[in-house]
Design a protein. Structure first.
Length: 135
């Protein structure tokens, strides 16, 4: 028997429910943060999130934040092996259940992220599944 490679062991996994303008911190197990609002106005931008759900005009997107980088959808193997990073924003409307992409955080984690439902332009909330490994 050989010992498992510590780089391949998941440190966290689970569902992430993101509402528009909210973001996920993969270093904290996928913890979701949303901007505070005062009198209907959003306050300071989110800090410490690696991925943020945005709407730009009619387009929905996931944006890298806080030094993270994204891969293109369906561009890697198991555990993000072979992923090519460099994307800072992914348009997500029309992507569907099972489509995956990877997030590399500035703090060294690698998250393999999957859509759990089809995404439509009218969506104000999405649910993702993530498996995160620290490198």
């Amino acid at each position: 028997l050989t010992a498992p490679n510590p780089e391949k062991i998941a440190t966290s996994s689970g569902y992430i429910r993101l509402k528009l303008a909210c973001g996920a911190d993969f270093e904290a197990g996928g913890k979701v943060h949303c901007p505070e609002t005062v009198a209907g106005q959003e306050q300071a931008p989110l800090k410490g999130v690696d991925l943020q759900f945005e709407k730009n005009g009619v387009h929905l997107s996931l944006a890298a934040a806080d030094g993270a980088s994204l891969s293109r959808p369906i561009s890697s193997g198991f555990d993000c092996h072979g992923a090519k990073f460099g994307e800072d924003k992914l348009r997500i409307e029309t992507l569907g259940m099972g489509v995956d992409f990877c997030v590399r955080t500035k703090r060294g984690a690698m998250s393999h992220v999957f859509f759990t439902n089809d995404v439509d332009r009218q969506d104000t909330e999405i649910v993702l599944w993530h498996v995160t490994r620290k490198r």
